[in-house]
Structures are given as structure tokens and as C-alpha cells.
Design a protein around this ligand. Sequence first.
Ligand SMILES: *[C@@H]1O[C@H](CO)[C@@H](O)[C@H](O)[C@H]1NC(C)=O
Ligand SMILES: *[C@@H]1O[C@H](CO)[C@@H](O)[C@H](O)[C@H]1NC(C)=O
Ligand SMILES: *[C@@H]1O[C@H](CO)[C@@H](O)[C@H](O)[C@H]1NC(C)=O
Ligand SMILES: *[C@@H]1O[C@H](CO)[C@@H](O)[C@H](O)[C@H]1NC(C)=O
Ligand SMILES: *[C@@H]1O[C@H](CO)[C@@H](O)[C@H](O)[C@H]1NC(C)=O
Ligand SMILES: *[C@@H]1O[C@H](CO)[C@@H](O)[C@H](O)[C@H]1NC(C)=O
Ligand SMILES: *[C@@H]1O[C@H](CO)[C@@H](O)[C@H](O)[C@H]1NC(C)=O
Length: 318
Amino acid sequence: MVHQFVTLMSNMFWHVFLFVVSVGWIKQVITTPGINQSIAALVDSNSSLLTWPTHFTQGIVPKPIHSHNDYWREVPMLTAISLGVVSVEADVWQLNGTLFVGHEEAALTPNRTFHSLYIDPLVQILDMMNPKDEFTVNATSRNGVFDIASSIPLQLLVDMKTDGNATLPAVLQALEPLRSAGYLTTFSNNTLTTSAVTVIGTGNTPFDGILALSPRDVFFDAPLDNLNSSTSFSPSVSPIASTDYGAFIGWSGIGGISDAQRATILTFVNDAHSRGIKARFWDTPGWPVRARESVWNELLNDGADWLNADDLVAASQF
Ligand SMILES: *[C@@H]1O[C@H](CO)[C@@H](O)[C@H](O)[C@H]1NC(C)=O
Ligand SMILES: *[C@@H]1O[C@H](CO)[C@@H](O)[C@H](O)[C@H]1NC(C)=O
Ligand SMILES: *[C@@H]1O[C@H](CO)[C@@H](O)[C@H](O)[C@H]1NC(C)=O
Ligand SMILES: *[C@@H]1O[C@H](CO)[C@@H](O)[C@H](O)[C@H]1NC(C)=O
Ligand SMILES: *[C@@H]1O[C@H](CO)[C@@H](O)[C@H](O)[C@H]1NC(C)=O
Ligand SMILES: *[C@@H]1O[C@H](CO)[C@@H](O)[C@H](O)[C@H]1NC(C)=O
Ligand SMILES: *[C@@H]1O[C@H](CO)[C@@H](O)[C@H](O)[C@H]1NC(C)=O
């Protein structure tokens, strides 16, 4: 434990994140009106009775929000988790066998890799959320990243930017630390077993390659606008389907939505839900704020399952 703690604190990302979470929590407790001074003193005294093994994400309420371009955030993935955002996206480039993370090739750096930004921190969080002790010896399932809703998986969208047939094997290999610990949602023997992390391939992800995986622990982001094109789209291959809101719907959020635009949203959502698939629209307007919120309201009313957000703070408070 001590060794693990030291390792964590030496990592810059963790340092920032732990600080933000713990300071935020302590401040909240101390400033709650009417709270007894002796409780505040207990907090200050660092009592071991106030913590438990999985308190790391204590009090964070998970929300169906997708963190678009997550790797642009000050602290990728951890910022999203701290706001209760359940879905994050990494653009990956397979170059010389290494997966680099960035929006375009010019943005890549040697140390921003899929391993360093996503896999390693995830393994560290999940090891914390799944302590091995006398209380968990018989546990058969794994806790997710959210302490108050441990059965909710984190959705990790992997947007393959380089050739799909070359990138998929690298992604599968990179996931091994999560796989071997039992943290990946897996379809095997005709059974979908949800675990702490559900990995979805998008971008250049090859559909045939995903379909051929057995057991399958990387899934496929199906085309929400074209689900009728294949009978293979089912939750065991594609738990989620997505489409470009700007291209297929286009309502700016200003003025009223047309009947045809609403009908298209409803058709897409129904095409997904009738197959047991969740619906996501990306490229929704980000500005002005009123327009963005009108679009989010419309999509939620029409049954969309994920809010796509660049501004996570705004989305998490929506
Ligand atoms: C809180 O507990 C940790 C671990 O037991 C210890 O290292 C640290 O010094 C304590 N902090 C305070 C303010 O008592
Ligand atoms: C890939 O390998 C080639 C040949 O060894 C090297 O010239 C190139 O810089 C490498 N590219 C990256 C991104 O590491
Ligand atoms: C990442 O790499 C750059 C240059 O390659 C270096 O300046 C920086 O300190 C590295 N950052 C971390 C967190 O290792
Ligand atoms: C784990 O299983 C063993 C054997 O059935 C049982 O004796 C023990 O009490 C269980 N432990 C817990 C924490 O459930
Ligand atoms: C990927 O592999 C599949 C099956 O081997 C092949 O049909 C497809 O054309 C390949 N795609 C690319 C972009 O090379
Ligand atoms: C799946 O089925 C095979 C053979 O039918 C069996 O050997 C294997 O243990 C099963 N795996 C799981 C996870 O149930
Ligand atoms: C898909 O098929 C269903 C059933 O035939 C139909 O109602 C729906 O409009 C189709 N979706 C699209 C996007 O064309």
C-alpha cells in the first residue's frame, strides 16, 4: 500500500487530481452550514475512520456525458471522472508499434501515449477501487471507477486514426493489463459480462475485425444513421451507435426545430433502441450556451442516451 501510494504521488497527474478531489471534499464538509465543529476537527485530524479503500471517487455522481476530445483536457480522463463523466474518447495513432494520443499527427509527443494517459491511470484507479482483502476474497465481479455506483462501467472510446487493421492489434495488446485483471466488459460464450471498462472502437476501427474477436473485449461504434445496413449490429458487437449531429440533423438550437429534423432524431434513436443499442449524437453545437442547451434538451427528450460535450463542467451541471 505504502509503495503504491508513493508511486501515485510521484505522478504529476495524480498529484493534481488527488489535491483537487480532497480539497474540494474537505471544503464542502467544513462549509456545510450547521456542521458541528468537532466533525470539522475530525476531518482536520485525518482520522482513518473517515476513509475507506474505495473512497477515491467518493461522492462523485456518474452522468451519461461523453467527453469529446478528452485528451485536450488539463488532466485527460481524470478531469472527466472527477466530474462524473462516464464516457471518454482518445484519438490513437499507431506509429512503429506505439499508440500515441492526439488530434492530429503534429500534436503527438513521445510521452503522450495511450498507455501513459489512459491505461496506466485506469489500472491504478481500478486497483484502488478493487482492494484485495478479507472482505473481497469471494468477489466475482469488479468495481468500476465510481465509488457510489460501482457497477457503472467507464466507456472508453478509442478513435483509431491510423489504418484500422494495423491499429486494432496494438489496441488489443495495450489493453492487456486491464484484461488480465478482469476489468474489461467481455462478450464470450454468447454472454455479455459488464465490467469496469467498456472499450468501443470508432474512427478507422474495422467492423470485420471486431466481429471476429472471440472473446470480444473491444466493441464497435455503429453508424446511428445507417443501422439498417447490417443485421450484425447488436449490443454484443455495438453497445453504442453514433452519428454526426451537424450533418444529419443540423438544427442550430436557435428558433424552433423542424418536424423533419425531430423525426430524423426519433428514427435514429428508435433504430438503435429497437436493437438494444444506445444512441449518441456528436458534433452538437457548443455555442451560444442557450442553443447548446436547447439541443441537449431536444436530444434527451427524444431518447438520446449520451450528451456529447466539450465543456464538461457545463454538461455535468446541466
Ligand atoms: C494523514 O495521514 C497520513 C497517513 O497516515 C500521514 O502521512 C499524514 O501525515 C497525516 N496528515 C495529518 C495532517 O495528520
Ligand atoms: C519510426 O521508426 C523509424 C525507423 O526506425 C524512425 O525513423 C521514425 O522516427 C520512427 N517514428 C516514430 C514516431 O517514432
Ligand atoms: C514529456 O516530454 C517532454 C519532451 O519530450 C518533456 O519536456 C516533458 O517533461 C515530458 N513530460 C512528462 C510528464 O514526462
Ligand atoms: C468467503 O467464502 C468462504 C467459504 O465459503 C467463507 O467461509 C467466508 O466467510 C467468505 N468470506 C466473505 C467475506 O464473504
Ligand atoms: C482490413 O482487413 C480486411 C480483412 O482482412 C480486408 O477486407 C480490408 O480490406 C482491410 N482494410 C484495409 C483498410 O486494409
Ligand atoms: C466458454 O466455453 C468453453 C467451451 O464451451 C469453455 O471451455 C469455457 O470455460 C467457457 N468460458 C467461460 C468464460 O464461461
Ligand atoms: C430503418 O428501418 C426501419 C424499419 O423498416 C424504418 O422504420 C426506419 O425508418 C429505417 N431507418 C432509416 C434511417 O432509414
